[in-house]
Design a protein around this ligand. Structure first.
Ligand code: SF4
Length: 72
């Protein structure tokens, strides 16, 4: 039982959400850090924390070049 918990804990520490490439990952002036601008429910948040942004239903790749092309 203890080994199983330890493995689970190690797995959690290795996996981090990789939201940096998501277009909804914005800098918040009030908070002073980058935060997600989508309203995730508790279950979705847990999934993202455990399995990363690839498991987020709202993930959209932030394509800087596409944004610039739209502005021109
Ligand atoms: S929408 Fe999902 S992937 Fe994008 S920043 Fe928010 S939690 Fe991360």
């Amino acid at each position: 039982m203890e080994k199983k918990e330890k493995k689970k804990q190690e797995k959690k520490q290795k996996i981090k959400p990789d939201c940096e490439t998501c277009q909804y990952y914005d800098f918040d002036d009030e908070y002073g850090d980058y935060i997600c601008s989508q309203m995730l429910d508790e279950d979705e948040m847990v999934r993202v924390m455990e399995y990363g942004a690839a498991d987020c239903p709202y993930y959209r790749f932030y394509d800087e070049y596409m944004m610039v092309r739209k502005q021109n």
